[in-house]
Ligand binder design. Structure first.
Ligand code: IMP
Ligand code: MG
Length: 182
């Protein structure tokens, strides 16, 4: 699908190296938690975080639990709208350490909504691990504890991220130069 409307930003190798580093850092940070009894719960935000979540959790050298959530944002194309929980997690997170694994933080609205939603269930802690961070685009106060890569403002696809449900399956990350032509 490569043409001049796409510019590769991260190769599969660059992605894998960084994801492994993040997993090592998280493993260390949670090493004092007695997680054989209270395993930290890693939550994948569908669909965008699917590959990042799969790659990251494989490299966590601690017992953990996995769960999945889907938020719908009535997003058409590249602008975000109102938020709604479409599929909730099923794990009881009360008293547990939670790590939200997100594909990208843009305005921050999705994440803020999800954090508030999870806080009501009294987890012991909530941390955020985002594959990508577009800091300059932030509209609400939310920040990630772990970030794979900071990226500038453009629209990106691949490694789980889509443009109108397309291009998720690409193993690399590419910037879409003109989304209207993608
Ligand atoms: P936010 O609520 O504005 O932070 O948007 C976060 C969500 O928007 C992410 O979970 C993505 O699904 C989507 N998103 C934001 N920027 C991009 C992008 O550059 N490419 C693909 N999806 C994006
Ligand atoms: Mg999306």
């Amino acid at each position: 699908m490569m043409n001049d409307n796409f510019k590769i930003l991260l190769t599969p190798e660059q992605i894998q190296t960084r994801v492994k580093e993040l997993a090592e850092k998280i493993t260390l940070d949670y090493s004092s938690v007695d997680n054989s009894i209270r395993r930290p719960v890693f939550i994948c935000t569908l669909k965008g975080a699917v590959y990042f979540f799969a790659d990251l959790t494989k490299h966590i050298k601690r017992p953990i639990m996995l769960d999945f959530a889907k938020l719908s944002s009535y997003r058409s194309g590249t602008t975000s709208g109102d938020l709604e929980m479409q599929n909730d997690i099923t794990t009881d997170i009360e008293g547990r350490d939670v790590i939200i694994v997100e594909d990208i933080i843009d305005s921050g609205k999705t994440l803020k909504f999800f954090v508030e939603h999870l806080k009501k269930r009294n987890p012991k802690s909530i941390k955020i691990c985002a594959f990508l961070d577009k800091k300059e685009r932030r509209e609400v106060d939310v920040s990630a504890d772990y970030v794979g890569f900071d990226i500038p403002c453009g629209f990106v696809v691949g490694y789980g991220l889509d443009y109108a449900e397309k291009y998720r399956e690409l193993p690399y990350l590419a910037e879409v130069i003109d989304p209207s032509k993608a």
